[in-house]
Design a protein around this ligand. Structure first.
Ligand code: PMP
Length: 410
């Protein structure tokens, strides 16, 4: 254990130590079967148990209502960028068969690189009119950065759209929606019919990318979402597994929609295939599922989402406070997202001023066993990811280093 670094990587990222110990035993012999977890059949009784427990843990902790199902796939968040468009355009076709593609709107709220990628994929796939209902770069300080969550008056939704899409936490820029319903940036609260009379359909196709905030705190208005998706590789497990929480009206017969002119949907991207196949229509990511299940069990034992939600606030506050001290002392640090603009609890992103200072910061961190701090290549700087497996003590260790660094740079 002593030789392990503190991994602040954005994903894949740190996982709980006890889970890794148990998983390493299971690599040789899973659950007394004499077969390792990487080798056992996904259709075995023992593995079936893993899947059903994993599902129950998600349902229980997030309080998923009976209107929604939990599905898994292997395509990552990126796979969902495509799946969402195809499945929800098929749904729209079945609801409104005679509209032309120009009359089918897919509304995207763009607040960072990931929601932009999702909107770009929707444009690439065609079949509808992709409308960027808000682009946060327009309300940014410099006119070109994703550095804020626009206030509600900025969103312009279409009437009966096929998709209303947002990314709850933008991992690259470190901007996240607020969960406080009284806040002007608490997006899902804003999206209910009473808030927007133009959204007349009783079942809004509200889609949320929760890749980097899934299971870090409760999901507000979960029941009002059509699809919530997340890659496992941040808070809950190794890469290779994607979790979707899908409202049942979004599990549609894509072949029937294709007969009416919708795009054919590759079988493995269709929610109906996953649903009908009880999440094993083909071979799932067995190790990822298994380890993710262990992580969720561990979370439950530690106090569940309530506990981790509070812990996230504490860790983020400590790091943002250290960042502020560095800003105040000679501008050594420079936070990219200002307080009140949707600063993420999961990814703290900042720059370091001064010739060669960023490299010095990273080198010093490396020497102390603090890893994964380099910002995303598209924005540079430093990114501190504070997913569930990072303890308050881990955050303290980083904060101490940040303070020492600021002193040394004076
Ligand atoms: N959305 C968000 C918010 C992400 O952080 C990521 C990956 N880091 C993705 C989507 C893409 O996910 P994947 O790599 O699983 O395709």
């Amino acid at each position: 254990a002593e030789s392990r670094a503190i991994n602040f990587g954005a994903g894949p990222c740190a996982l709980p130590h006890s889970v890794l110990e148990e998983a390493s035993k299971s690599l040789l012999n899973f659950n007394g079967t004499g077969i390792g977890i990487a080798e056992i059949s996904h259709r075995s009784k023992e593995f079936g148990q893993v899947i059903s427990e994993f599902e129950s843990l998600i349902r229980e902790q997030l309080q998923v209502p009976s209107t929604h199902v939990v599905l898994f796939s292997q395509g990552g968040g990126t796979g969902q960028f495509s799946s969402i468009v195809l499945n929800l355009l098929a749904r729209h076709r079945l609801l409104y068969p005679s509209l032309s593609p120009e009359e089918r709107y897919l509304d995207y709220v763009v607040t960072g690189s990931w929601s932009k990628s999702a909107a770009d994929e929707a444009k690439r796939l065609g079949g509808g009119n992709v409308k960027v209902v808000v682009d946060s770069r327009e309300s940014s300080k410099d006119g070109k950065s994703f550095d804020n969550i626009p206030t509600h008056d900025k969103y312009e939704f279409s009437k009966n759209p096929a998709v209303v899409y947002y990314c709850e936490n933008e991992t690259v820029q470190g901007v996240q929606f607020d969960v406080d319903p009284s806040s002007s940036t608490s997006f899902p609260y804003h999206l209910l019919p009473k808030d927007d009379p133009d959204l007349t359909s009783p079942l809004i196709p509200l889609v949320a990318d929760y890749s980097s905030s899934f299971m870090s705190r409760p999901i507000p208005r979960l029941a009002d979402h059509a699809v919530i998706f997340a890659g496992a590789q941040k808070n809950i497990g190794p890469a290779g597994l994607t979790v979707m929480i899908v409202r049942k009206d979004c599990i549609v017969d894509v072949d029937a929609a294709a007969k009416l002119g919708a795009a054919p949907v590759p079988k493995i991207l269709s929610y109906k295939t996953l649903y009908d196949g009880k999440n094993v229509p083909n071979t799932p990511a067995t190790i990822s599922l298994y380890i993710s299940k262990l992580v969720l069990q561990d979370m439950k034992e530690k106090g569940g989402l309530q506990y981790f939600g509070e812990l996230s606030k504490i860790k983020a506050k400590k790091v943002y406070d250290a960042l502020k001290r560095g800003e105040d002392k000679g501008g050594v640090f420079e936070g990219k997202i200002k307080e009140g603009n949707g600063r993420s609890l999961m990814n703290v992103v900042f720059g370091i001023n001064g010739e060669g200072a960023e490299a010095r910061f990273l080198e010093g961190a490396e020497r102390r066993g603090l890893k994964g701090l380099k910002g995303h290549r598209s924005v540079g700087g430093i990114r501190v990811s504070l997913y569930n497996a990072l303890s308050e003590k881990d955050a303290d260790t980083l904060v101490q280093y940040m303070d020492e660094f600021v002193e040394a740079e004076q």
